[in-house]
Write a protein that binds this ligand. Structure first.
Ligand code: C2E
Ligand code: CA
Ligand code: CA
Length: 468
């Protein structure tokens, strides 16, 4: 009995020891695995935050530090410098120093200048962001100037003596806790000095936040386009002799969810500035195509529609591809669609714009030169583009109250006719305008005297009720 008891006790003892040992082994294994996993996690975190080319932090790293290292109390002492390399210039003039070398050396210089609680990162192919602390703005300026001098020393200067590094610096305000927005604003402000002789720009809170308004507009335009808030309006033109409707110009209106109906003057400028105007142009082009398709099998099929294209859009490399992609879906007679070259901005690439317009002509579209006599629409454009129609700007018509203005107006029509072009007079607003233009050789009349721009939905009713 006692023997049995002792036997049982030693059995339980050894079982207990085994269990304890097993637990210890399990704990050790778990700890080991945990450490391993943690290491993997840390490694993947590092991976996520590192720029492999230069070995310094990347955009994620900058954002992480921006939210973790800068407290609400210390924010005012921080400056953020967005430093960008003019890579075009490097390629053009600096064949000896390769882009990669310059980026790596710049990263090394920047890392070296980082002090306690400061951080730097490569946030794009050509851009760095550097967050540094100074108590005094003059110290911040001195530090940035020295840094820029050191960076500029990376490039052997040539006779062009052009700048390769540009920076925009901003002293954070208490409310500047949105890193993404801040970097966006710095980038935008950088375009004010990029390519100029001015290498450093210190921004104040006002200039930074005016860009913030612009970003809001850009975001709302993008969502406006996605949500079909831009509407097609038509303004009809008449033949000077018969006074019958011959065509209509497509004009956009933005039905803004909060601000209501906005005319083009409220958004065209901003769109051109931020590179979104082409989106609107193609969007309107598609609506015009749809309308012409709809009319192609009705009694309205003799009416042409003209569509405004800024020169920015016209000079894009993929302009023709995009146009063809859209209009290939439709079967209407292409000569009913008039492409209007607007005057609002100078083209990025004049040669490309000329080639693209020639291609449009080959595709069968009609070409009009808008706003002759104003802005960027100069007489040489009459030779450069294969145009069919010129539109005389309203400003010229307004000058016809003077004898000189009337001579100019008639002279422009004679010039256009000698080049076999048809002429539209814009802005025929009053009875006097109408009487004067009717008495000239002008081919077509457009203006409020005949019609204001109306929503496309009401256009058929307008045509039906129109009595010349
Ligand atoms: P535009 O191409 O010169 O269009 C004619 C402008 O003159 C229109 O202004 C029209 O409403 C206005 N107008 C017409 N008749 C009269 C008149 O008798 N008196 C006066 N005072 N004005 C008259 P709107 O619609 O405000 O458009 C302004 C400009 O915005 C257009 O000038 C055009 O260049 C541009 N635009 C409009 N929609 C688009 C678009 O979808 N894309 C592009 N790129 N530009 C557009
Ligand atoms: Ca126009
Ligand atoms: Ca015009």
């Amino acid at each position: 009995m006692l023997k049995d008891f002792i036997g049982m006790e030693s059995f339980y003892k050894s079982a207990l020891i085994s269990a304890v040992l097993l637990c210890v082994v399990l704990i050790v294994v778990c700890a080991f695995l945990g450490k391993k996993l943690k290491n993997i996690e840390i490694k993947s975190k590092i991976k996520e935050m590192m720029d492999y080319e230069t070995g310094i932090g990347n955009l994620n790293y900058f954002k992480h530090n921006f939210s973790h290292s800068i407290s609400d109390y210390s924010r005012n002492f921080y400056y953020v410098a967005y430093i960008v390399i003019n890579s075009n210039y490097l390629q053009l003039y600096q064949s000896d120093s390769t882009f990669t070398d310059v980026v790596n050396n710049a990263a090394a210089i920047l890392s070296k200048s980082v002090k306690h609680n400061e951080f730097v990162a490569r946030i794009s192919e050509t851009g760095f962001a550097f967050a540094f602390r100074e108590m005094d703005v003059s110290d911040a300026k001195k530090r940035i100037n020295e840094l820029m001098e050191e960076l500029s020393g990376l490039i052997v200067s040539d006779e062009n003596n052009k700048s390769v590094f540009y920076t925009v610096v901003y002293n954070l305000d208490a409310q500047d806790d949105n890193c993404e927005l801040l970097l966006f604003n710095l980038r935008r402000n950088c375009s004010r000095i990029f390519g100029t002789e001015n290498q450093v720009l210190f921004c104040d809170s006002h200039s930074i936040h005016s860009v913030l308004e612009e970003k809001k507009t850009i975001d709302s335009v993008i969502s406006g386009l996605e949500n079909n808030e831009f509407k097609l309006y038509l303004q009809f033109s008449v033949d000077n002799k018969t006074k019958k409707i011959v065509s209509a110009e497509a004009l956009s209106r933005w039905i803004h969810p909060e601000q209501g109906l906005l005319p083009p003057v409220k958004y065209i400028g901003v769109l051109s500035k931020c590179g979104l105007i082409s989106e609107l142009d193609y969007y309107m082009f598609e609506m015009v195509c749809k309308q012409l398709e709809k009319w192609s099998r009705t009694e309205y099929n003799s009416i042409s529609l003209s569509c405004n294209f800024t020169r920015i859009t016209i000079s894009e490399d993929d302009f023709i591809d995009k146009l063809v992609n859209i209009c290939d879906k439709y079967t209407f007679d292409k000569s009913r669609l008039i492409i209007e070259i607007t005057e609002d901005a100078i083209e990025k690439n004049h040669k490309k714009a000329m080639n693209n317009i020639s291609e449009c002509k080959k595709l069968g579209f009609c070409i009009a030169l808008d706003d002759l006599g104003s802005g960027y629409t100069s007489l040489e454009n009459l030779c450069d583009y294969p145009i069919d129609i010129v539109k005389i700007d309203r400003d010229i018509l307004l000058k016809t109250i003077e004898p000189k203005g009337r001579k100019l107006f008639r002279g422009m029509i004679a010039l256009a006719h000698s080049l076999n072009l048809k002429v539209v007079c814009e802005g025929v607003e009053t009875l006097e305008h109408n009487e004067f233009v009717t008495g000239t050789d002008c081919d077509y009349l457009q203006g409020w005297y005949y019609a204001k721009a109306i929503p496309v939905e009401g256009s058929e009713e307008f045509i039906d009720n129109y009595n010349p």
